[in-house]
Ligand binder design. Structure first.
Ligand code: 1CP
Length: 350
C-alpha cells in the first residue's frame, strides 16, 4: 500500500493522538506564537491583544509564524481563552503583563445573566480565521482550543489572574448551585467555541484547564469534572476522529480524573514524568509533554539530555506528542526552540 497523501488527518500529530504509527514524534509548543518571536512583536505593535485575536489576517499571520520558523508539527490557533467570553458581550480586556481583566466580576445569580450562551454567529471571525489558516497550512494540522469551565470561572469570579483562587473556591463551596450554573454556562460557551473551530477545519483540540492544579482531587471530581466532561463528550459526539488533548498545570494528582473526563491525549506538565503519568493513567492514553520551559535557558548539553529522556519515555506511551510542560517563556531564545524541534525529529525518526 502506498502512503496516503499528506493531509492534516494523516499528520503525525493526529496519528499520535489516535495511537497510530508515526514517522516521528510530533512536536509543538504551548505559546509557540507570541512574545518569544521578534516577528510577532513587530506585527502586534500598537494593536491590543483582543483586537488582534479578532482580526483574521493578523490571526493567520501570527499563527503561521512559529510554523514557518520552527518547523513544528502543528499550528495552535492564535486566540485566547477569554475570546468567547468577549464574544458573548462581557466587558473584559487583556492587560499587558497582567492577563485577562474582567470589568465586573461574576459572583451572583444576577451577574450570571450577563453571560449569555454562545452561538456560532457571534464569532464569524473565528470561522474565517480558521478557514484562512487551514488553506495556508496544507498538511500541517491546526489545533483549536478553549478554556475549561474551572479556569474560565476563576478569571470571571476573581476578576483577573489569581494566586490563590480564593473567591472562586468560596463560591464553589458557599453557593454550589450558582457554581454549577456558572460552570454549565461556561461549558456551553467552551463547547461552541471548540466546535466552531473544528467545523471550520481544526484537526485537533486542546482543552486548557490551566489552573485545575489548585484543586484537591475531591473538589475537582465534585465541582469541576462534570463540566469538563460535558465539553469533552459533546465535542467527541460531534467530531469523532478529532483528537482531544486535556491539559492543566500542577495536575499530577488529577491526571487519572482528567484523562477519564474524556480525552485521547493527556497533557502532562513538567512536575510529573511521562513514565509516572502513563502509570497513573493506566497506559491507555496518549501523552503530551513535558519539557520544563525553564530548561530552554540551560546549556545545550543539559537541554539535549533532558529532551532525549523525554523522547525515550514517550516511546513507551501508546502515543506521544512532544511539548513543553507549560507555555514558552517570553524571553526564550527562539533559535533554541528550532533546535529542539530538529532534535526531537532526529531522535524519533522511524
Ligand atoms: O499582548 C500579549 O502578547 C498578550 C500575551 C498573550 C498571548 C500571546 C495572552 C494574554 N494570551 C496569548 C495567546 C494565547 N493564550 C494562546 C495562543 C498562542 C499560543 O499558544 O501559541 C493560547 C492557547 C492562550 C490560552 C490561555 N490564555 C490560557 C491557557 C494556556 C496557559 O497558558 O495556561 C490562559 C490561562 C490564558 C489567560 C491569559 N491570557 C494572556 C495571559 C498573559 C494569560 C495568563 C494570565 C494569568 O497568569 O492568569
Amino acid at each position: 500500500m502506498t502512503d496516503p497523501l499528506p493531509s492534516p488527518a494523516t499528520s503525525p500529530l493526529v496519528r499520535a493522538g489516535l495511537q497510530q504509527e508515526v514517522p516521528h514524534t510530533p512536536v509543538w509548543f504551548m505559546r509557540q506564537a507570541g512574545r518569544s518571536l521578534p516577528e510577532y512583536r513587530k506585527v502586534r505593535e500598537g494593536i491590543p491583544m483582543l483586537e488582534s485575536c479578532r482580526t483574521p489576517e493578523l490571526v493567520t499571520e501570527i499563527t503561521l509564524q512559529p510554523v514557518r520558523r520552527h518547523g513544528v508539527d502543528a499550528a495552535i490557533f492564535f486566540s485566547d481563552i477569554v475570546v468567547p467570553l468577549m464574544a458573548v458581550g462581557l466587558d473584559l480586556e487583556i492587560v499587558a503583563g497582567v492577563g485577562p481583566v474582567i470589568a465586573e466580576p461574576i459572583r451572583t445569580r444576577a451577574d450570571l445573566d450577563r453571560l449569555p450562551e454562545l452561538t456560532p454567529d457571534m464569532v464569524p471571525d473565528i470561522t474565517e480565521s480558521v478557514r484562512l489558516l487551514v488553506a495556508e497550512l496544507g498538511p500541517t494540522p491546526l489545533i483549536g482550543f478553549a478554556g475549561a469551565p474551572f479556569t474560565l470561572a476563576s478569571y470571571l469570579v476573581e476578576g483577573g489572574p489569581s494566586k490563590n483562587h480564593e473567591r472562586t473556591k468560596a463560591l464553589m463551596h458557599g453557593d454550589p448551585e450558582l457554581w454549577h450554573a456558572l460552570c454549565a454556562r461556561l461549558a456551553q460557551i467552551s463547547g461552541v467555541f471548540l466546535s466552531v473551530q473544528a467545523e471550520a477545519g481544526a484537526s485537533a483540540v486542546q482543552l486548557f484547564d490551566s489552573w485545575a492544579g489548585f484543586l484537591s482531587r475531591a473538589d475537582y471530581l465534585e465541582h469541576v469534572e462534570p463540566h469538563s466532561r460535558a465539553v469533552l463528550s459533546t465535542f467527541a459526539g460531534a467530531h469523532p476522529g478529532v483528537p482531544r488533548i486535556h491539559f492543566g498545570v500542577g495536575t499530577g494528582e488529577l491526571l487519572p480524573a482528567m484523562a477519564e473526563a474524556g480525552t485521547e491525549v493527556i497533557g502532562v506538565d513538567y512536575r510529573v514524568s511521562l513514565t509516572d503519568a502513563l502509570e497513573r493513567t493506566g497506559g491507555r492514553y496518549a501523552v503530551q509533554g513535558n519539557l520544563d520551559p525553564a530548561l530552554l535557558f540551560a546549556p545545550w548539553e543539559a537541554l539535549e539530555r533532558r529532551v532525549r529522556e523525554i523522547v525515550e519515555e514517550g516511546r513507551r506511551a501508546p502515543g506521544h506528542i512532544f511539548n513543553l510542560g507549560h507555555g514558552v517563556l517570553p524571553s526564550t531564545d527562539p533559535e533554541v526552540l528550532t533546535r529542539v524541534v530538529e532534535l526531537v525529529h532526529r531522535l524519533s525518526a522511524r
